[in-house]
Design a protein around this ligand. Structure first.
Ligand code: M6R
Length: 607
């Protein structure tokens, strides 16, 4: 959350930093700003709202200079107004910041008592004052940083520009990601390698607690104790090309349509569809020695993990717990010897998931990262990586990365089931054949949008919506409700269909659409009974089912969305497409911004 950049170049940096911020806008879009130095003097431009507002401002009031810092904000402390937009300046010092300075209130009080005047509500401004104060008392920039860093608590990344210092940026990382890019006589800093991709591929990732003094000729790094350290330079594989949305209205729509490719590419990571052979990633190569799987994740990645639990238990015979990362990280977890924690994260940067993964490691577990970004922090800290190959996802709502996660999980469960001799080979080959044919089924599911119009018309006018499902469809009810909430702002909840009678049924009346996820298969009969209970209370039924289920379940007045028929184990992947389309088309009907919905950011690097 919050994208930060810094540049020491031999050319004007404002356009370079704007391009980098465009690549980071997925991290937040409440306000944006740049600061540059020209002949030693600092100038700042800031604008509330999306990056386009800053771009307009720069047209009217351009910024020159070959040194600078930039920011796109996801608000934590203080509303998304001009005065709270970064960079924040105190005296000679300007700061851009991602994350939270937890002890900012105490620092602020101390600085105010020292005569410092604050102009924003942010936690960031305290850092600018601390560095400026240290410079005022004669410290060098490096000394100021060495003194300031131990005073800051929290998880954050910082880039600092000092007036009069044209060949200097200071940078720091504690938990929140930060990378330094080295060019030819130029140096850059960014929240991720994607921001730096058009500028350089030579990347140094700061480790937790590191801070750096960056000059055009290179960077000096220090660890959290202030000792000089060396960190390896890697060559990034991230493409410098900026992906557009083509003829689609939104990235989200494009990414829904990208799913057949995302699934096909991901499948190849664990299964060879040609031969049917499956491979196990480290640390799971010795499948019979894996005593338990614990999955930690947030949001949509958490719902993918709930589906995976069914697969691991049923296909591989392995005990599996799925944990909300932000809760798991602060518990005194007791985990068995030989256990594996799977950290699931599209971005590979969600701070909650990263911290939960570290908690798992501290509890003696080996770590498998399931991520879509190969150079992310979770990937770099894992013992092994299972990569979803969905390509970059720009819509805030996870779509293609979700179905790619499901595909990777199912492939892994099949591979584990085989290796543990829990899954009969004939059934494994049947599932692999079904998975190989899945991209074509998903293409069918996305192509049939006509049927959605009456449903989205109804949903766009609803105040509350319920999603119900059983078994493998239960996590999909949760995911469907999350998608609708995120991009349409309609209140929606997902429930286990059998749990409804224990309370939530009280919510149902003629005004409440009820989305029933009821494919034919193991949970069909019981789901039918639960949906009948909802129908009897006047709920307006929308059934997401297959042709057989529709024939047995639908009554006059129901809306029915029919999915292609697949092996019951694979139904969540198809249901995902329908719940995504329901949310997306409802957002289009309501006119909300599906790609950049209010209050959200794609990569959540605060706690
Ligand atoms: O990058 P991650 O998968 O770790 O992100 C986790 C959640 O923040 C994410 O899934 C969020 O819930 C999405 N906006 C869902 O559409």
């Amino acid at each position: 959350m919050c994208g930060i950049v810094g540049a020491l170049a031999n050319r004007p940096v404002a356009p370079l930093m704007m391009e980098a911020l465009r690549r980071l806008e997925y991290r937040g879009y409440d306000s944006a700003g740049l600061a540059t130095l020209t002949e030693g003097h600092m100038a700042i431009r800031r604008a509330p709202g999306k990056l386009s507002a800053l771009s307009d401002l720069l047209e009217r009031e351009p910024l020159s200079g070959a040194s600078g810092i930039g920011h796109t904000r996801w608000a934590t402390h203080g509303p998304p107004t001009l005065k709270n937009a970064h960079p924040h300046r105190a005296g000679r010092v300007a700061v851009v910041h991602n994350g939270i300075i937890e002890n900012f209130a105490a620092l602020r009080a101390e600085l105010i008592a020292n005569g410092r005047v604050f102009t924003s509500d942010t936690d960031t401004e305290a850092v600018a004052h601390l560095i400026d104060l240290a410079l005022e008392t004669g410290r060098t920039a490096e000394q100021a940083m060495a003194e300031t860093m131990p005073r800051l608590r929290g998880a954050f990344a910082l880039v600092i520009l000092i007036e009069g210092e044209e060949d200097l940026l200071l940078a720091a990382r504690r938990a929140s990601p930060l990378a330094i890019g080295l060019g030819e006589g130029e140096a850059f800093i960014g929240s991720d390698a994607m921001a730096l991709a058009p500028l350089t591929r030579r990347i140094i990732y700061l480790e937790d607690g590191d801070w750096a003094v960056v000059r055009r000729a290179g960077a000096s790094l220090f660890d959290e104790t202030g000792q000089p350290v060396e960190r390896a330079m890697s060559i990034s594989t991230v493409s410098g090309a900026l992906i557009g949305k083509g003829n689609y209205r939104h990235f989200m729509e494009k990414e829904i349509f990208d799913q057949p490719d995302a699934i096909a590419h991901t499948l190849h990571a664990v299964i060879d569809p040609g031969t049917g052979a499956s491979t196990l990633p480290p640390p799971m190569e010795q499948a019979d020695q894996v005593s338990k799987i614990t999955i930690v994740a947030a949001g949509t990645s958490y719902y993918a993990s709930l589906v995976a639990r069914y697969w691991f238990e049923s296909l591989a015979g392995i005990g599996c717990e799925v944990e909300v990362a932000s809760e798991f990280r602060d518990r005194d977890v007791v985990l068995p010897e030989g256990g594996v924690v799977i950290a699931v994260s599209q971005s590979g940067e969600s701070l909650d998931t990263l911290m939960a993964m570290r908690r798992g490691r501290a509890a003696g577990q080996r770590i498998l990262g399931l991520v879509n970004v190969p150079e992310s922090t979770i990937a770099r800290e894992s013992d092994g990586v299972l990569l979803t190959r969905a390509g970059p996802e720009f819509g805030v709502a996870a779509t293609k990365t979700f179905t790619a996660q499901l595909t990777a999980f199912l492939g892994l469960a099949i591979a584990l089931g085989r290796a543990r001799e829990h899954l009969a080979e004939a059934r494994a080959l049947e599932l692999i054949a079904a998975l190989s044919a899945l991209p074509a089924r998903v293409a069918e599911a996305v192509s049939d949008q006509q049927a959605f119009a009456p449903v989205t018309h109804m949903l766009a006018r609803a105040r509350d919506v319920l999603y119900l499902g059983r078994g493998l469809s239960y996590p999909m009810a949760l995911e469907g409700a999350l998608k609708l909430k995120e991009i349409t702002y309609i209140h929606a909840e997902g429930y286990a269909a059998g749990e409804m009678k224990h309370g939530p049924i009280a919510l149902i009346d003629e005004a409440v659409p009820v989305i029933g996820l009821a494919p034919s298969g193991p949970w069909f009969e019981k789901t039918v009974s639960n949906l009948a209970e909802a129908r009897a209370r006047g709920g307006r039924m929308v059934l997401i089912t297959d042709a057989e289920g529709a024939g047995r379940l639908a009554v006059d007045g129901d809306h029915v969305l029919v999915l292609p028929t697949v092996d019951p184990m694979l139904t969540p992947i198809l249901q995902a497409v329908h719940v995504q389309l329901l949310a997306y088309l409802t957002a289009v009907e309501k006119g909300t911004d599906a790609d950049q919905p209010r209050n959200l950011a794609k990569s959540v690097t605060v706690e």
